[in-house]
Design a protein around this ligand. Structure first.
Ligand code: ADP
Ligand code: ZN
Ligand code: ZN
Length: 809
């Protein structure tokens, strides 16, 4: 008999592999531990998923090394991984890879310490006359520690023969303890500036006056970096004033390596209003019950949902539990995590894909070592290895960014529900515009429905006006991205010294480039998609695959010189606004403008501090932010999304418009929203204008029922793809025949049809859509389909299965 373990490797394979456990690693080879194993002549990092014995295991290869003294994954997270792999039909190794920290080995200055049990063991080992290999390694480690007063850093133990394995083994038996203070956490400092005597006279120098004003308005010391931005001064001015004794500059540690949101802008702790109290109390009783409980918080924009989340987290912590807050975008993690740090201290970790591998690994292990009680992050933070999890908040639960568009194709919101179930925790989904699926479930009583029906302090909702762009064109004979209506409203706000946001749902300068002679649009070489013109970069770019080319002078097809640019994107809108309002301070926020690290926070800080008059941008400007100075929101061409060949087009349009309208009038001044549209009569636009979620829900639900779409059916898409069109067609035919042979009466199978994006990244794509009124019916047939493909030698990567797809392009 040899002892063996099952190891999942980070490969797109659905099976695990069996390895033999050498004696020295026996104790440390536990479920959830990361191990190094030989695989096809290389060393690979895998995860142990179970142990066993094998009578004929002599030929098996050995586990080489155990990486973590503490197993990376808890049994519950392993269970979650299995659920995901099964439900989304993803390879277990790939699922685990999504859950685990990046495998860069952060060199933590771990410190090892002998426990009581360790001392006893040391005495016992010393008394032995002969020791085997394992025992002598244990002895060496314990002696080394003992000679150093009981504590030693990792690197010392690693120098001993078999030291690392021994330390891990001793840890498992409680004979050692480990304390990890990664050396990346040595405090970095930031400079804090304050006026020494605020009432003292201020010199007439403009820079000095601006500094004085900013500090006086803030009423608190301020981080140097934020002060420089807010007052438009250089560091030398601050230095001079400090020398003159007017300013005090001190240092304080910056606990995170993230560029922090200026703490001056963080909201104060609010006294809850009666609606909020009711909601928080409901959540409190659910948290106390210590049972799985799903709830949907439907609260209009500006109703104070964030405050509710924070109170719920506070309750969870007070019960000795931990909490996860999921947000749809990296940018929001910064905002929420800073509020959390201000409220809960440094027990907050941030996890998102914008961190470097090192940063992510460091944060992840802080969580795993239980140094943290609250995790804020984007979708993958749902896997945060917290123990005693009591609460998972999913903010803006309808957002498509919760869906991962690569394997494993999970939806962070849905996984949050499953994890909450496994952990017996409360899952709190929140939104002003819940997805149809979630709201439907709440109405069926599957989720508790919690409501915040009005804005805090009874602030009115913004008034929304729809501008008919057809009318505008008739009057002006110009297809201007800014209608006259919107233009005069912006002018009015500017004159009054107030702020505006203008949303446009496209990046770049022009949507596409057309040839007037042959009518062809210039397409991506790899995708059936028109290229977008980016003026500043002087490039045509594909937003799907990243392909770029120079801007042609003549049509590449027919050599005509009459190429022209169609449709305004954010870049053009910004240029246009600068021309219209040369005196205004204008900034743009979209994926192109925030490439530089920290750019996003800078723009938002400046806008929050009132140093920008007009903020132009894509949906990035629409979400979550809470700027009190904004009185006008303009939406340039609200229709862009309505034309998409996707059954969620109306829902997305409604959500975006409601969200962006929610950015106006959050302060004491009421807000106004102007929506420009070529389809002003469309119900999604009309109902967003009247901010009537319930009517929209009813209408859309009716449509979904008629058309047999979610939430009335469960969907799965099976995409067949290949670089050779003949192959892709052949495989589609084979799979079509397979589906026909299945004759599952509860499942309707549509296709194969050319996918809406018929060519993407150089591959031809055909699509099947499976619909079933019984969700559980989909899984077996999809599984069989994969088996069929393997049998017919249809390559793995040619088949892409997406369960509960969010994006059908
Ligand atoms: P939502 O997420 O629902 O759109 P937020 O949570 O951003 O709304 O809250 C909107 C604003 O209201 C924030 O500035 C917040 O600080 C403030 N706020 C929240 N609760 C209260 C309250 N009880 N009294 C006063 N202001 C509040
Ligand atoms: Zn042409
Ligand atoms: Zn492309």
């Amino acid at each position: 008999m040899v002892r063996t373990c099952e190891v999942a490797l980070p490969l797109p394979l659905r099976s695990t592999f069996t390895y033999r456990i050498p004696d020295a690693l026996d104790d440390a080879t536990v479920d959830g531990a990361r191990v190094v194993v030989p695989f096809r002549n290389r060393a690979m990092l895998g995860v142990v998923l179970g142990r066993g014995d094998s009578p004929d295991g002599a030929s098996l290869k050995n586990v080489t090394e155990i990486i973590d003294p503490l197993p990376a994954l808890s049994p519950r997270l392993i269970e979650l991984a299995r659920w995901i792999s099964n439900y989304y039909l993803s390879a277990i190794g790939e699922t685990l890879r999504a859950m685990l920290p990046p495998s860069v080995e952060v060199q933590f200055d771990r410190e090892w310490q002998i426990s009581e049990a360790g001392h006893a063991r040391l005495r016992e080992l010393r008394s032995l006359t002969a020791t085997n290999e394992v025992e002598s390694a244990d002895l060496a480690v314990l002696q080394e520690l003992d000679s150093r007063g009981g504590i030693a850093p990792d690197r010392i133990l690693c120098k001993l023969a078999g030291g690392r394995a021994a330390a891990t083994r001793l840890l498992r038996r409680g004979e050692l303890t480990v304390r990890g203070s990664g050396r990346h956490r040595t405090a970095r400092m930031q400079k804090i500036v304050a006026w020494r005597a605020p009432a003292a006279p201020v010199a007439a120098r403009p820079a000095e006056q601006r500094i004085h004003r900013v500090l006086a308005e803030t009423g608190r010391p301020m981080a140097l970096a934020s002060l420089l931005r807010a007052a438009h001064v250089s560091a030398s001015v601050v230095q001079r004033l400090a020398k003159e004794g007017k300013l005090v500059v001190s240092e304080e540690p910056l606990t995170s390596e993230d560029a922090r949101f200026a703490t001056e802008l963080l909201p104060a702790v609010n006294t809850l209003n009666s609606d909020q109290v009711m909601v928080v109390e409901a959540i409190r009783s659910r948290l106390q019950a210590r049972a799985f409980h799903p709830a949907l918080l439907h609260g209009v924009t500006g109703s104070g949902k964030t405050e509710v989340y924070l109170r719920a987290v506070e309750v969870a912590l007070s019960l000795g539990g931990t909490a996860i807050i999921l947000v749809p975008e990296i940018a929001l993690t910064l905002w929420i995590s800073n509020i959390c740090r201000a409220r809960f201290g440094d027990t907050v970790a941030v996890l998102h894909s914008g961190l470097s591998d090192q940063e992510r690994a460091r944060e992840w292990w802080r969580v795993r070592r239980q140094e943290v009680q609250v995790v804020v992050g984007t979708r993958s933070a749902v896997f945060a290895p917290l123990e005693n999890l009591r609460l998972i908040v999913v903010d803006e639960e309808q957002e498509s960014s919760y869906k991962q568009e690569e394997a494993p194709r999970y939806n962070g919101r849905d996984v949050a529900l499953i994890r909450a179930k496994l952990e017996r925790a409360v899952a709190l989904l929140g939104s002003a515009t819940p997805s149809l699926e979630s709201y439907h479930r709440a109405r069926e009583g599957k989720y508790e429905l919690l409501c915040l029906q009005s804005r805090v302090e009874n602030r009115p909702m913004a008034t929304v006006r729809i501008t008919d762009l057809r009318e505008d064109f008739r009057r002006t004979h110009k297809a201007d991205p800014i209608s006259q209506d919107l233009r005069s409203a912006i002018a009015r706000e500017l004159a009054a010294g107030r702020q505006s946001i203008v949303l446009i749902n496209r990046r770049g300068y022009s949507w596409f480039v057309l040839c007037r002679s042959c009518g062809a649009a210039i397409l991506c070489e790899n995708c059936s998609i028109a290229l977008t013109y980016h003026k500043k970069r002087e490039r045509l770019a594909c937003h799907y695959c990243g392909f770029c080319r120079s801007v042609p002078r003549v049509c590449p097809k027919c050599n005509s010189e009459h190429v022209y640019f169609v449709g305004a994107g954010a870049e053009q809108l910004e240029e246009h606004l600068r021309a219209l309002f040369p005196q205004a301070r204008i900034a743009r926020l979209d994926r192109d403008s925030v490439r530089r690290k920290g750019a996003f926070g800078q723009v938002l800080n400046a806008f929050g501090a009132g140093n920008i008059d007009i903020l132009v941008g894509t949906q990035m400007v629409a979400k979550g932010h809470d700027f009190h100075g904004v009185t006008l929101v303009g939406v340039a061409s609200a229709d862009a999304q309505l034309g998409f060949p996707d059954f969620r087009a109306a829902e997305r349009t409604f959500q975006l418009l409601t969200q962006v309208a929610g950015r106006a009038g959050r302060g004491t001044l009421p807000g106004e929203v102007i929506v420009e549209s070529y389809h002003p009569e469309h119900y999604a636009i009309q109902l967003a204008a009247s901010q009537d979620f319930i009517s929209f829900f009813e209408k859309e639900l009716h449509f979904r029922q008629l058309m047999r779409y979610p939430p009335f059916v469960a969907l799965a898409s099976v995409l067949v793809r290949g670089t050779k069109v003949e192959k892709a067609i052949q495989w589609s035919r084979q799979i079509e025949a397979f589906f026909e042979s299945q004759k599952a009466h509860e499942i309707r199978i549509l296709g194969p049809a050319a996918a809406p994006l018929a060519r993407l990244k150089g591959e031809y794509r055909f699509q099947f859509l499976l619909k079933s009124t019984r969700r559980a019916a989909l899984n077996p047939i999809l599984n069989k389909c994969l088996g069929f493909c393997a049998e017919k030698d249809i390559p793995d990567r040619a088949i892409l299965i997406d369960v509960d797809p969010v994006n059908l392009l």
